[in-house]
Write a protein that binds this ligand. Sequence first.
Ligand code: 13P
Ligand code: SF4
Length: 332
Amino acid sequence: MKTETLEELNRKGFIEESIDPTLDLFEEIERLKKEKNAIILAHYYQEPDIQDIADYIGDSLGLSQEAAKTEADVIVFAGVHFMAETAKILSPEKKVLLPDLKAGCSLADSCPPHLFRKFKEKYPDHLVITYVNCTAELKALSDIVCTSTNAVQIVESLPKDQKIIFGPDKNLGAWVAKKTGRDMVLWNGACMVHEIFSREKITKLKERHPQARFIAHPECEDAVLKMADYIGSTTGLLKYTINNDAKEFIVATESGIIHQMEKANPDKTFIPAPPNNSCACNDCPYMKRNTLEKLYLCIKNGLPEVTVPADIIVQARKPIERMLEISAKLGL
Ligand code: 13P
Ligand code: SF4
């Protein structure tokens, strides 16, 4: 049974080690969690098995709130790299593990910090709000961080004449600008999963399911959002399916959330919104890099670990804490 060297691990991103096929991974993970005083935080886009073993499942805001308050020694982050980095920034004394270091994010990649720094220099009198889906380095260049749950309220908490740069998601930024009536300078970034939905195919699907509610995440393009009965973060979408009387929902976000929607509403049907080409799908290739096997090996070996340079932790913590303070005041 061979365990990777650190060098091999960093290259590959995850531990590759043979696992006894008779092992009950759920039982083993539970045992290791207790032994190491570890907590598993999982995003709604993770595969169902990971969601089912997690101690907490949530959206980006909920996950950062949990990371800030946990008393565990080890945070196993079943999500993507920027989420694990946020947990490390909020709890620097804890060990933060990510089952696969290559679980990145196309949206975070669409905003390289050196280019954003230059962009920011063009607007010296603007306040910088960044969506949490970005690197720790980008957060360090920001005044306030936001998530899709609190972006509108964070912008509304600022004086009306405050000039704002919003990055990296142009779709979320445009939606927030529309909802708040604020004029914001937007960075031109987007998420590869939320940009693939087809307006034409959704129209046809709605015709076939006239009673269905169409719900969408604000990372989707404006043309798709215009068709939606409800727009919200993953938690917002889940709550809407619980509180709304409809029996069918067409869901325009990553398909992982449907697991919780089905668990919460066994009598309702959820249809993933169709992508614009038959080769595409609504799965995030980064989120889905994590598997139950990688999660087990990661908690067992205490690797791979997510680290953030100390100076970035200090600078990036302020805008994240500002977001958490505003959210707490608003009861979010
Ligand atoms: P939320 O779960 O915060 O809505 O974010 C969605 C997302 O794209 C995470 O990568
Ligand atoms: Fe990034 Fe989009 Fe995947 Fe979320 S769904 S992690 S925004 S690529």
